[in-house]
Write a protein that binds this ligand. Structure first.
Ligand SMILES: NC(=O)c1ccc[n+]([C@@H]2O[C@H](COP(=O)([O-])OP(=O)(O)OC[C@H]3O[C@@H](n4cnc5c(N)ncnc54)[C@H](O)[C@@H]3O)[C@@H](O)[C@H]2O)c1
Ligand SMILES: CC(C)[C@H](C(=O)O)[C@@H](O)C(=O)O
Ligand SMILES: [Mg+2]
Length: 361
């Protein structure tokens, strides 16, 4: 029996609620497909700050390194927003990504036929949307130096962040993106701000140079402002998008709304080796935390991505995805994807209907 050690990071806000659903789902498919999961839980974000004073305790990073895959829910919340930067939950998440070398973040945005009415856009605009955003995750303005708040000679405070990429950082994410496009619709759109930023011009030059190695992929370039507009205007023109850390963060939230709700979007964060981290694109949703109103499907679909990409269990992954479609077909919806004629249920109840869908097939 295949043995898989999975580190669970429930984090903050709705994190523990949606993680509980994903774990129930994993245990159910584990039994069906005879997969032996060994779950170990660890602290990250605000929960870790409260317990240990640090957003990413060394023990958490060690546990993640010592596992086959990591399933993360979300971090952050109002309570920790006024702490100094190095003590913020977000710093823990960035530390996890850097510590595990997870430079490639894959964020698929697929419109499910069942949710077309939940999308913010018209049916003919979103029907058939299937986009993969490949976001660079360990470089760019999130990590560039110098950073900080400095005092000028005039005694004024000046906040500084630096958007920087080396050629090798661009090349490695570029190759992931070209290879991803090769397995999909063979179209890659690179998004930058090369009309203004030197770092973006280097990005564009390197991605253009790489294209010679992938003659079967049609490469295009867009400035990020236009890309944001095009995503909302005519999203079906996109297949695979590759972009830097900050632009990818913003564009993936925008892409989420094409699919109906950010509560539907899973993601995979991968490095060259070691454990990948699977997490929803959304955050800890402090506005609805503790109210049993969260949509757990992004978390559940992240668990399915984990089964497919890192644990190499495509059948178990497909079984979960089919169950998600089935409960949507049955009309069950959390509030964020609710449309007329559906049945409104909470996070835990969504878990229960998923379990019965998984057990029936
Ligand atoms: N990967 C992560 O852990 C991650 C990602 C984004 C934001 N955050 C953090 O989360 C906190 C809140 O950030 P935010 O409010 O800007 O973004 P958010 O994604 O947490 O929430 C944005 C809006 O979407 C809703 N929403 C999000 N997920 C949902 C779900 N599963 N079901 C139903 N509704 C959902 C929320 O209720 C909220 O109205 C911040 O501390 C932020 O730093 C963490
Ligand atoms: C919480 C924050 C650090 C994070 C990011 O900006 O990467 C989040 O917005 C995300 O999309 O995963
Ligand atoms: Mg984000």
């Amino acid at each position: 029996m295949a043995q898989h050690r999975i580190t669970l990071l429930p984090g903050d806000g709705i994190g523990p609620e949606i993680m509980a659903v994903a774990v129930k789902v994993l245990k159910t498919v584990g039994q069906k497909f005879e997969l032996a999961f060994e779950f170990q839980e660890a602290l990250i974000g605000g929960a870790a700050i409260d317990a240990t004073g640090e957003p990413l305790p060394a023990e958490t990073l060690a546990k993640c390194k010592d596992s086959d895959a990591v399933l993360l829910a979300a971090i952050g919340g109002y309570k920790w927003d006024t702490l100094p930067r190095h003590l913020r939950p977000e710093t823990g998440l960035l530390g996890l990504r850097a510590g595990l070398g997870l430079f490639a973040n894959l964020r698929p945005a697929i419109i499910l036929p069942q949710l077309i009415d939940a999308s913010s856009l018209k049916r003919d605009v979103v029907e058939g949307v299937d986009i993969m955003v490949v976001r660079e995750l360990t470089g760019g303005i999130y990590f560039g130096q110098p950073r900080g708040v400095f005092t000028t000679e005039m005694g004024e405070k000046r906040g500084v962040n630096t958007m920087a990429y080396t050629e090798s950082e661009i090349d490695r994410i570029g190759r992931v993106a070209f290879e991803t496009a090769q397995k999909r619709g063979k179209k890659l759109c690179s998004v930058d701000k090369a009309n203004v930023l030197e770092v973006s011009q280097l990005w564009r030059d390197r991605i253009t140079a790489l294209a010679a190695d992938y003659p079967d992929v049609a490469l295009s370039h867009l400035y990020v402002d236009n890309a944001a507009m095009q995503l909302v205007r005519a999203p079906k023109q996109f297949d695979t998008i590759v972009t830097s850390n900050l632009f990818g963060d913003i564009l993936s939230d925008a892409a989420a709304m094409l699919t109906g709700s950010i509560g539907m979007l899973p993601s995979a964060s991968l490095g060259t080796s070691g454990a990948g981290v699977y997490e929803p694109v959304h955050g800890s949703a402090p506005d609805i935390a503790g109210q049993d109103r969260a949509n757990p499907l992004a978390q559940v679909l992240s668990a399915a991505m984990m089964l497919r990409y890192t644990l190499h269990q495509p059948e178990a992954a497909r079984h979960i995805e089919q169950a998600v479609l089935k409960v949507l077909d049955q009309g069950y919806r959390t509030g964020d994807i609710m449309a007329e004629g559906n049945t409104l249920i909470g996070c835990e109840a969504m878990g229960n209907v998923l379990i019965s869908a998984l057990s029936q097939e």
